[in-house]
Design a protein around this ligand. Structure first.
Ligand SMILES: Nc1nc2c(ncn2[C@@H]2O[C@H](COP(=O)(O)OP(=O)(O)O)[C@@H](O)[C@H]2O)c(=O)[nH]1
Ligand SMILES: [Mg+2]
Length: 439
C-alpha cells in the first residue's frame, strides 16, 4: 500500500487541525518532524504524543505527532497524525511537504476504505461512520453508533450462520436421502420460516431507521390566517416565517428542522389552502398540496376564534394522510371540548402538541431489532427474504434439495452485501464516495 495523506479536520481556521497519513508514514514523518525525544533515532513509540517542530520548505509550525502502529490503528496500517495550528495555509503547506516526501493525496473515504479492506471493520460498520459524521440529532447519532460498532453486522452474521446450518442439513439430505429426508426437511422448513420472520422484522425497521437518520417530514396546513406561520416560529424557537394578519402572506413554503426529544423534525409551513385568482398564490397552493403529499404527518390548524369553513380542496388533499388537528389562538377563545388547544402567541398547549408529534414519530419503532439505515441495506434484506421465500415454497413443493441449496446460497450472499463479504467493487466505491476527504 502506498502512503496517503489528507487533512482530517474541516478545512478552515480553528484551534488545531489534524493532518493524517496512512501506509508507510514514518519515512515521510522523519523528514518533516523534529523533536528532542526522537533526535537520535526516529523510532517513535506508538500511541504517544510527541511535541516538536514540523518544518516544510516554506515554513515551520510547532505541534504534535502521534504514531499508531499497524494493525492497531484506524486503517490497520501504520498511521501518523500531525496536530498543527488550525490555519488553512499551514495544513496546505504540511500536506504539500508530505507529498514532496513520497505520500499522495488521499481520495474521499480512503482511510476508512483501507480500514474495511484490512478487516478493521465491516461495510455496514463503515456506513455507520458516515452516518455518525452526518447525524444531526441525538437519535441519529445513537443509531449510527450502533451501526458503526457492528450491531447490524453481528445480527446479519447470526442469520447467515443459521442459514449455513440449514445448508449443511440440506447437503446431508442430498448424501443420505433415505435416512435423513423425513426428519431433516421439516426441521429445515421450520427454521427457514423463523429466519424469514427475523428478516421481515429487520426490513420493517428500515422505515424507522431512515426517519431517524433523515428526520420526519411534518407539514403545517390549514386556511389562511389561522396561525400556521406563527406556530412554525413557536416550534422552531425563532422567527423563521413571516407572520401577518394579511391573508395569503405565506405563498411559497418555508422549511426548517429542529430536534424534538432527540429526533429530527423537518417542518414545513405552507400557504393557506384556498381558491385564489392570484397566480402566485395559486402556485403556492399547488406547492402546499405537493408538500402534503410527501409529508409523513400533517398538523391541520384551525382558528379557535373562527367557525371552520368547509375547505374541500384541503379535505381532498388530506384524505388518507396522518393528521393531527389543533385549534390555535386559544388565548383569545376556548377550543372545542377534547380538541388540542394551543396558542402560538403565549406558547400554551405547545408541549402537548410536541409530545403528540414525538409519539407519532415512534409509532413504527421496532424495539430491540437492529435498525437498517440505508436503502442499500434494506434492498439486500428484501432480496434475502425473497430467496428464503423461494426456498420455503420449493420445500413445500417437494423440489429437490440441491435446488433449495442454490436458492439459499443466494439469500446468504444477499446478506453478505450488507457486511461487505459478497459485495461488488462498484457498491464499495459508491459507499466511500459519500465520505469526505480525510476520513
Ligand atoms: N392572539 C393570537 N394571535 C395569533 C396567534 N397565532 C397567530 N396569531 C395572529 O394571527 C395572524 C395570522 O398569523 P400567521 O401565522 O401569519 O397565519 P398563517 O396565515 O396561518 O400563516 C397574525 O396577525 C398573528 O399575529 C395566537 O396564538 N394568538
Ligand atoms: Mg403563513
Amino acid at each position: 500500500m502506498d502512503t496517503i495523506v489528507a487533512l482530517s479536520t474541516p478545512a478552515g481556521r480553528g484551534g488545531i487541525c489534524v493532518v493524517r497519513l496512512s501506509g508507510k508514514p514514518l519515512g515521510v514523518a522523519e523528514k518533516i518532524f523534529h523533536s528532542k525525544a526522537l533526535e537520535n533515532s526516529f523510532l517513535p513509540a506508538p500511541n504517544y504524543m510527541y511535541f516538536g517542530r514540523i518544518s516544510t520548505s516554506e515554513f515551520s509550525d510547532l505541534g504534535y505527532m502521534v504514531y499508531f502502529r499497524a494493525p492497531k490503528s484506524y486503517t490497520g496500517e501504520d498511521v501518523v497524525e500531525f496536530h498543527l495550528h488550525g490555519g488553512t495555509r499551514i495544513a496546505e503547506g504540511v500536506i504539500g511537504e508530505c507529498v514532496r516526501n513520497g505520500a499522495r493525496l488521499a481520495e474521499r473515504g480512503e482511510f476508512t476504505r483501507r480500514a474495511f479492506l484490512n478487516g478493521k471493520m465491516e461495510l455496514s460498520d463503515a456506513e455507520g461512520v458516515i452516518d455518525m459524521i452526518n447525524a444531526d440529532s441525538a437519535g441519529a447519532v445513537r443509531s449510527a453508533y450502533r451501526l458503526m460498532t457492528g450491531k447490524l453486522s453481528l445480527a446479519v452474521h447470526e442469520i447467515q450462520n443459521r442459514l449455513s446450518d440449514v445448508l449443511t442439513g440440506l447437503s446431508a439430505v442430498l448424501d443420505y436421502p433415505e435416512e435423513l429426508e423425513d426428519e431433516t426437511l421439516p426441521e429445515v422448513h421450520a427454521e427457514l420460516i423463523a429466519i424469514r420472520e427475523k428478516l421481515k422484522k429487520f426490513a420493517s425497521s428500515g422505515t424507522y431507521g431512515k426517519m431517524i437518520k433523515e428526520g420526519m417530514d411534518v407539514a403545517l396546513v390549514g386556511d389562511t390566517n389561522v396561525g400556521k406561520s406563527s406556530l412554525m416560529n413557536a416550534m422552531l424557537g425563532y422567527d423563521r416565517a413571516i407572520v401577518s394578519d394579511i391573508r395569503g402572506t405565506t405563498r411559497d413554503f418555508v422549511t426548517d428542522s429542529f430536534e424534538l426529544n432527540g429526533k429530527k423534525i423537518n417542518l414545513a409551513d405552507t400557504a393557506g389552502i384556498r381558491q385564489s385568482d392570484d397566480v402566485i398564490e395559486k402556485e403556492g397552493v399547488n406547492r402546499a398540496i405537493s408538500i402534503i403529499k410527501d409529508a409523513k404527518l400533517i398538523i391541520r390548524v384551525f382558528d379557535a376564534t373562527e367557525k371552520p369553513e368547509k375547505n374541500e380542496m384541503l379535505d381532498e388533499a388530506l384524505a388518507e394522510k396522518n393528521v393531527i388537528e389543533i385549534y390555535n389562538k386559544c388565548d383569545l377563545k376556548k377550543a372545542p371540548e377534547n380538541a388540542i388547544a394551543v396558542s402560538a402567541k403565549t406558547g400554551d398547549g405547545m408541549d402537548v402538541l410536541m409530545e403528540k408529534i414525538s409519539d407519532f414519530f415512534d409509532r413504527d419503532k421496532t424495539d430491540g431489532e437492529e435498525i437498517l439505515t440505508s436503502e442499500r441495506q434494506l434492498s439486500a434484506v428484501l432480496r434475502a427474504i425473497e430467496k428464503t421465500d423461494e426456498a420455503i415454497s420449493a420445500l413445500e413443493d417437494g423440489i429437490p434439495a440441491d435446488c433449495v441449496i442454490s436458492v439459499l446460497n443466494e439469500a446468504w450472499s444477499a446478506l453478505g452485501e450488507i457486511t461487505g463479504q459478497t459485495v461488488s467493487e462498484k457498491i464499495i466505491d459508491d459507499i466511500f464516495d459519500k465520505f469526505c476527504v480525510g476520513k
